[in-house]
Design a protein around this ligand. Structure first.
Ligand SMILES: [Zn+2]
Length: 103
């Protein structure tokens, strides 16, 4: 069992430094680091398991990608979907069975 203690040095991604740096644990929640402080620039932030948060650039890329997908998919998928409607073959002429059976 690895127990974290306040002041322990762990690796995490610092937004200010924009890279993995040494961090000191500032606070702990449920036996896990909650807040850490970058030992390079002394910036406090939530512990994020060493993962870089998605940058604005990445978010924009994802957005663009979605737009491209949205505009590309309908054009490719439509031809199979729209077929001629069948001339109402499902409508049966005999529907008057319940007639005349009033209690
Ligand atoms: Zn930093």
């Amino acid at each position: 069992m690895s127990e974290f203690r306040l002041g322990d040095v762990i690796d995490d991604h610092c937004i200010k430094c924009r890279r993995i740096t040494n961090h000191s644990i500032v606070s702990i929640v449920t036996a896990k680091p909650a807040k850490v402080r970058c030992r390079t620039c002394y910036h406090d932030h939530d512990f994020r398991n060493g993962e870089a948060p998605p940058s604005k650039k990445d978010l924009k890329k994802a957005e663009l990608f979605k737009q491209v997908l949205a505009s590309a998919v309908p054009a490719a998928a439509v031809p199979e979907v729209i077929t001629e409607a069948e001339p109402e073959a499902s409508e049966k002429p005999k529907k008057a069975k319940a007639r005349g059976k009033k209690a």
